[in-house]
Write a protein that binds this ligand. Structure first.
Ligand code: FAQ
Length: 325
């Protein structure tokens, strides 16, 4: 439905302007907020950047849950810093989306009403400390795989936000892997917890890259506009190829009996995630969808007085300035 809308909007644009725009994209020029852009390009960016921003914010919830229960003061400080980083990522991304003519309040309302999505992965629970390791290792690992190419995305503010975000994400991935290393080399029970976390987070992490290329609605247009640089399957394959040796180093087993090195393609063959589960989670039926939205709803309501006070303060200052002139 959205894809159809984007397509028809794209074709309603002035063909000469469209051709000039595409030539800029093809020449790898960055598009800036005040430049002319097709309506479909603007809307696709709002959808993707907005979804990305919401993911960073909702993504704090499964980890924030563990700040008070981290096993040592050092682990607590590290996790706290990571969760704060995610808040910062959300803010850079909301700011990038705002340059396209939508407000953060509008995007938040759309998240809360279910009109905008956030990453499927954050609808899975973090049941124990090993899950925090798995989130850092696999979820941040998948996020980096997706986001490194986005540093070269065609929209200037998104691309610049991604450069900073990627630096921080690589620290996140390392802290997760470090937790997994400690667990995997700990007692047999700890190693078992690490394996169990890998078992539960493996396929949901593969789903983070989106549906397989044959079912991806937006990839072709987004890649033509260089909003996306790679297809979903390309990035998923790279993630598997990077992660399997890391699991081997930990002495853990990827929960896929069909995982096998394919010499010819120079990568692993692996089983697809259960796509019916993916679409079910997108529809709101994952294990934590309701909790996540309720938590964001509550935070939004509790922050209302503060947002109102900020606006009132700004208006008062502006009125004082006008009176003084
Ligand atoms: N979850 O046609 P495509 C992070 C939707 S950040 C939910 O392939 P597209 C950091 C898609 O929106 C993680 N929905 O779509 C962190 C579309 O629905 P729509 C977030 C998904 O946009 C770590 C429909 O399916 N990263 O983790 C998902 O070309 C730890 C058809 O799909 C980003 O957002 C999904 N997994 O490609 C934070 C990166 N996949 O809108 C805290 C930027 C697909 O038509 C702790 N985003 N959908 O209703 C992207 O690169 C793209 O948007 C994709 C999807 C690759 C996610």
């Amino acid at each position: 439905m959205y894809a159809q809308m984007v397509k028809s909007e794209a074709t309603n644009d002035d063909p000469e302007k469209l051709a000039a725009f595409q030539a800029r994209i093809d020449a790898n020029e960055k598009i800036e907020p005040k430049d002319w852009m097709p309506e479909g390009y603007r809307k696709t960016l709002i959808r993707q950047i907005g979804q990305h921003a919401h993911s960073e914010i909702v993504g704090q919830l499964p980890e924030g849950n563990w700040i008070t229960r981290a096993p040592t003061l050092e682990r607590k400080a590290i996790l706290l810093a990571k969760v704060q980083d995610e808040a910062g990522h959300g803010l850079y991304l909301y700011c990038a989306a705002e340059t396209l003519g939508i407000s953060r309040d509008e995007m938040t309302e759309m998240l809360l009403s279910g009109k905008m999505k956030y990453s499927s992965i954050f609808n899975y629970p973090t049941l124990n400390w090993a899950d925090i390791g798995a989130v850092g290792w696999l979820v941040d690992g998948a996020a980096i795989m997706n986001q490194v190419p986005l540093q070269r995305t065609s929209f200037g503010p998104y691309s610049r936000a991604m450069i900073r975000i990627c630096k921080e994400e690589s620290f996140h991935q390392r802290q997760g892997y470090d937790i997994m290393m400690k667990m995997a080399r700990g007692s047999p029970e700890q190693k078992e917890m690490a394996q169990d976390a890998l078992n539960r987070f493996w396929y949901p992490s593969l789903m983070m890259f989106g549906p397989s290329d044959k079912d991806s609605v937006h990839s072709a247009q987004s890649m033509a506009w260089k909003i996306k640089i790679n297809t979903n399957d390309e990035l998923r394959q790279k993630f598997v190829d990077q992660t399997v040796p890391q699991a081997e180093y930990l002495g853990l087993t990827i929960p896929d009996p069909d995982l096998k090195w394919n010499e010819e393609k120079g990568g692993y063959d692996f089983s697809e995630p259960d796509w019916s589960e993916f679409y079910d989670v997108l529809k709101g039926n994952g294990p934590c969808n309701r909790d996540r939205i309720e938590a964001r709803q509550e935070a939004w309501e509790k922050g209302r007085w503060f947002r109102d006070a900020l606006v009132a303060h700004a208006e008062k200052r502006a009125a004082r300035r006008v009176a003084a002139e």
